[in-house]
Ligand binder design. Structure first.
Ligand SMILES: *Cc1c(COP(=O)(O)O)cnc(C)c1O
Length: 357
């Protein structure tokens, strides 16, 4: 069977006539705007003159200026970009667009990012789990292909994966893209820290591929809530149909537009974080109570220890907060540590060296 987007969509979504906002109907910039019930006097607060933000006006529903800028960096047309209130919004829209509650399902490969499962459960969509391989955290492709049934609509793969930090092999992703007629979502939240490239060029080969990225990690804008989905125009049209009309506020749009000018700064940080990650991995692996530091392509490392709770508590007492992942499937004994600044990493390492088991 061929990939057929219209067949894959929920019928109510296919039939939906989306909300049309005032900004959708009239796109000109000059004039007296009396079409959106805004307060035309202004807002009781204003921004620095560097920012052209009129808070009394609704934001651009399609974020065209921001998409144009991001598109230039990513080598993508505006038509292939959806922007969400974090990539979490993109995950939720995918599930609502394609899966009938109580009837259809998604596949996830734990241990992985929790929001795929939570979003599915909120929407009463079944979650089928095919765990990654033990210790190497690679895809069990045979298991995935066996688990796919006629009600499977989406497969979520995270690369580099959270919380394991590693990438999954392209051969395995390709096999799934080639064999599955539903949508394959590749979450690339950590791609900027990886030793391999984004799968964006593969969008030309796979109409069933959706790639998620975000400004929350390498770009240092987690507080702004801007995430992206990249896909065929056909799929992006579905996102635009379902999203709330003004899903990214004017402040976030304008700040993101300005931040994207600072690609140089971000690339410098990425290099430093990767260097620190490698250094920290080496140093931490020498400690006697560390059983293993897993290889990472992200801005964090997963570390196996003989006493996860004890180390977690000890660091917390020293005001260093990490994530205890030891109760997560296949992560027994594991702690997840975000790579900090050079100073923060030194402090962490010193604290660990002074840990008495
Ligand atoms: C942090 C993270 C995200 C980012 O979500 P936002 O909503 O864009 O902040 C997405 N996927 C994974 C795997 C993450 O770890």
């Amino acid at each position: 069977m061929e990939f057929d987007l219209n067949n894959l969509l929920r019928q109510n979504i296919k039939r939906l006539i989306p909300y049309s906002s005032a900004r959708d109907e009239y796109k000109g910039k000059d004039g007296i705007f009396l079409d959106a019930n805004e307060n035309t006097n202004g807002a009781p607060i204003s921004f620095d003159k560097d920012y052209q933000i009129n808070l009394n006006r609704y934001p651009d529903p399609l974020q065209l200026e921001l998409k144009e800028k991001l598109g230039k960096i990513k080598g993508l047309a505006i038509e292939n970009i959806f922007l969400g209130n974090g990539s979490d919004e993109a995950i939720d829209i995918l599930i609502r667009a394609f899966c009938y509650p109580t009837k259809e399902n998604i596949i996830v490969c734990p241990p992985t990012y929790g929001m795929y499962e939570i979003s599915a459960k909120i929407n009463d969509v079944e979650v089928l789990k095919v765990p990654l391989t033990q210790d190497t955290f690679q895809l069990d492709t045979e298991g995935i292909l066996k688990t796919i049934n006629e009600n499977t609509k989406l497969i979520f793969l995270c690369c580099p994966n959270n919380p394991t930090g590693n990438g999954v092999k392209w051969d395995a992703i390709k096999l799934i893209l080639d064999s599955f007629n539903g949508i394959v979502v590749i979450d690339e939240a950590y791609i900027n820290f990886a030793s391999y490239r984004s799968l964006i060029p593969e969008l030309l080969n796979y109409p069933n591929l959706v790639i998620l990225q975000t400004l929350s990690k390498a770009w240092g804008l987690a507080g702004l809530r801007v995430g992206a989905a990249f896909a065929s125009q056909q799929i992006i049209d579905v996102f635009n149909k379902i999203k709330p009309p003004y899903n990214i506020n004017s402040v976030s749009q304008q700040i993101a537009i300005k931040a994207l000018d600072n690609l140089g700064q971000v690339n410098t940080w990425i290099k430093e974080i990767v260097a620190q990650r490698n250094l920290l991995s080496d140093e931490i692996s020498k400690l006697p109570f560390i059983l293993k530091v897993y290889p990472s392509d992200a801005n964090f490392i997963l570390v196996k220890t003989n006493n996860p709770s004890g180390i977690y508590q000890y660091l917390a007492e020293n005001k260093i907060i990490i994530r205890n992942r030891s109760s997560v499937l296949l992560c027994e004994g594991c702690l997840r540590i975000t790579i900090g600044t050079i100073e923060e990493n030194k402090t962490l390492l010193n604290a660990l060296k002074n840990y008495n088991q």
